[in-house]
Design a protein around this ligand. Structure first.
Ligand code: HDE
Length: 692
């Protein structure tokens, strides 16, 4: 890890809070007492007087504290981040001269921040939302930021609409409700009124909107950038991240529950994996289109509401990123990191992508209100290559620069620009045409084709999930104009989808497909295509349920097997004190007691043998609920020996509930939140019960 130049750079500023060094004030004097404000005290008569304003130590502490908060990000306020490295395995020198994309001997430090979009800084991780995927490369030629998402397209084509989009999705202005969700009138009203949002909201309603982990998401640069090679030729480019672990999602019932049971689920998942050395990896890919081919597509390649289908423009995977170091301090790193789409390095350029053009203004601008004008000097933001410029002054300036040369040109010829052809940034000399107008060109009008392409490319189970997601969202809209109109929009994509959503949301059932759907499909849209190359349980959380009298042999065996495959076993018991095994000699120290955790927080459950342990567990309602709920979420449940008893009792009773209700399908449907939720099985609970 010492090879990471950025980590080494940050270490210069890292202090250790765990020392015996005496506390000092901000101005360096040692304090003799930190528990009392200076005041008159009459100990004889048990009387105290008012605070002395004179107490500079107490005043400093309170006054510092009063100013600790900075504005949270206007969007993507909730996030988690980690350090890592980027390595290139194939040079892209045919299309770019950027060192980071051509020099295969380099290890480039990166800092990556994942986020949700809608919620505030304290909101839950597992809400249905788009996820931010922002990568800062600290390259030898300066910082390069790919400020991307886990969804490859965007809601709008023009950046001028961004404030409206965000106002509409954020909590409504009169009530400040809802938090961390798009399930409300204003959002669905806005996206109906902006048809170009259709493609993106299909992605957001798919399982992509509820990832299992930040480590199991794809990333996309979304915008169209330019790559410039050494010959000065330009290619258009989109950036991609492909997770080694595959793309996986929660089921909706899990996501909803986790939002309350463990609002930090994704954040902790990232920290835990890195602590356990299960470093997350992504392949880095580029899609490139030569300048001469710009007009060959039936969509505009600068339109961020469109993907470049892989059949037409294959992805070339050329590098790999690994996240391998947690932050030392959340605020100074994760909160103060500032990403800008305008941070590009020589060999990469912007295009006329209108969303990108607007973003280039916005990110830079917003950092000033969050962090002040000298935000690029903050440790997490400063480049690892030398920085020399004419910046002076401004609030919170850190750098002390000697001498008189604070302008260009200067008589000292100090800090000159490189001039052309010497490795400095040079903008690509692109031809610009057209009348200056407030509009887009005609090709930008089609908003239906790619939404249909996405829908058509989904598997049956993914389609069911999308119907459920739309239904949930519109059920939370109480203004009929909102859900009725949205259903009419869905008829432009697929009538059966629209009809199903109409039934669940209360809109009239539509009878006509509004726009013909030619049934085209494309590669790379269904997340089922992204399973890991080799099946793996690496970094998956396995709960082992035990009570006194458990069987040490099967307990030890599963634990060892899980660890051997880099999974993370957790012992969950009826208590957190030592649990005794049936052999009378072994014992286990549980990680948690049953009521401290929930099945939702684990990927699988294992119940070892041991008659006494199984009997105890089978008699505890919560233990049975664990099994039932995990089963309902179609998770792997394994039991050996007497441990089977818990599964048996839990699931037989589940069926019993169904029978007690005299076969009412309502009850089945309650468990059926789960029914058929998992992509690889469409089976109902009842079918599964027989299998167990
Ligand atoms: Fe952002 N976006 N955005 N956005 N965005 C911000 O910048 C903006 C867009 C994305 O972890 C803000 O530093 C405009 C697309 C991420 O710190 C702000 C437009 C994509 C992050 C901003 C867009 C994104 C942001 C708020 C339309 C995917 C979090 C705080 C033109 C490619 C970065 C900040 C982090 C953050 C503006 C559209 C992704 C206000 C004007 C498209 C991942 O500047």
């Amino acid at each position: 890890m010492t090879e990471n130049k950025k980590v080494a750079d940050l270490q210069k500023d890292v202090k250790d809070s765990h020392t015996k060094q005496h506390y000092t004030t901000d101005y360096g004097i040692k304090a003799s007492d930190l528990d009392h404000w200076l005041k008159p005290v009459d100990e004889k008569n048990n009387r105290i007087g008012p605070h002395a304003l004179e107490d500079q130590i107490a005043r400093e502490r309170i006054h510092r504290f009063d100013h600790e908060r900075i504005p949270e990000r206007v969007v993507h306020a909730r996030g988690a981040a980690a350090h890592g490295t980027f390595k290139l395995f194939e040079s892209a020198e045919d299309v770019t001269s950027a060192g980071v994309l051509t020099d295969t001997s380099r290890t480039t430090p990166v800092f990556v921040r994942f986020s949700t979009v809608q919620g505030s800084r304290g909101s839950a991780d597992t809400v249905r939302d788009v996820r931010g995927f922002a990568v800062k490369f600290y390259t030898d030629e300066g910082n390069w930021d790919i400020v991307g998402n886990d969804i490859p397209v965007f809601f709008i084509q023009e950046s001028i609409k961004f404030p409206d989009l965000i106002h509409a999705v954020k909590p409504e202005p009169d009530t400040e409700v809802p938090q961390g969700q798009s399930a409300h009138n204003n959002f669905w009203d806005f996206v109906y009124l902006h048809p170009e949002a259709t493609h993106m909201f299909f992605w957001a309603m798919s399982d992509r909107g509820i990832p299992r982990s930040y480590r199991m998401m794809q990333g996309f640069g979304v915008n169209t950038f330019g790559l410039i090679n050494a010959k000065g030729e330009r290619h258009f480019c989109k950036f991609h991240w492909l997770p080694e672990l595959g793309v996986h999602s929660l089921v909706w019932d899990e996501a909803l529950k986790l939002a309350g049971q463990d609002p930090d689920f994704h954040r902790k998942d990232l920290y835990e994996a890195i602590d356990n050395k299960a470093y997350a990896k992504w392949k880095f890919g580029i899609q490139v289109i030569a300048e001469k081919d710009e007009d060959k597509f039936d969509f505009d390649i600068l339109d961020a509401t469109k993907v470049w289908p892989e059949e037409l423009v294959p992805i070339r995977y050329i590098g790999e990123m690994e996240l391998n170091r947690n932050v030392d301090e959340y605020f100074t790193e994760t909160e103060q990191v500032a990403f800008c789409t305008s941070h590009i390095v020589p060999g990469i350029d912007f295009t006329n992508d209108p969303l990108l053009q607007g973003r280039n203004f916005s990110y830079f601008d917003t950092q000033i209100s969050r962090l002040g004008i000298n935000w690029e000097e903050l440790p997490i933001n400063r480049p690892v290559c030398p920085v020399m410029n004419f910046n002076r002054d401004g609030q919170g300036r850190h750098t002390i620069t000697k001498g008189k040369a604070n302008y260009w040109p200067n008589r000292f010829e100090a800090n000159p620009p490189t001039g052309p052809g010497n490795g400095g940034f040079e903008s690509y000399p692109a031809q610009v045409e057209g009348m200056k107008q407030r509009k887009l060109a005609p090709k930008w009008k089609d908003y239906v084709s790619q939404a249909q392409l996405f829908w058509n490319s989904m598997s049956e189970i993914e389609k069911k999930h999308i119907i459920s997601a739309f239904s949930f969202e519109l059920d939370h809209c109480d203004d009929p104009i909102v859900y009725e109109r949205l259903v009419t929009r869905l008829t432009e994509i697929d009538l059966s989808l629209a009809a199903a959503v109409a039934e669940n949301s209360g809109a009239p059932t539509p009878t006509k497909q509004a726009t013909a759907n030619p049934g085209h499909k494309a590669k790379g849209l269904s997340q089922l295509e992204y399973l890991p190359a080799e099946p793996t349980i690496k970094s998956r959380r396995i709960a082992i349920l035990i009570a006194d009298g458990y069987d040490a042999a099967s307990y030890d065996a599963i634990k060892a097997a899980a660890l051997a495959q880099s999974a993370v076993p957790f012992t969950i018991a009826t208590k957190r004190q030592e649990v005794k095994a049936s052999n009378g000699t072994s014992s286990a120290k549980p990680d948690h007691f049953l009521n401290g955790m929930r099945s939702t927080m684990f990927d699988a459950i294992f119940i070892p043998g041991g008659a006494e342990s199984a009997k105890t567990l089978a008699g505890i309602g919560l233990a049975k609920f664990w099994v039932r709920e995990a089963f309902a979420h179609l998770k792997t449940i394994a039991a050996v020996g007497e441990g089977v008893k818990l599964v048996d009792v839990a699931l037989r009773e589940a069926e019993g509930v169904q029978l007690a209700a005299e076969g009412s399908s309502d009850v089945v449907d309650w468990y059926g939140v789960v029914t058929a939720q998992k992509p690889d099985t469409g089976s109902s609970i009842k079918d599964n019960v027989k299998l167990v």
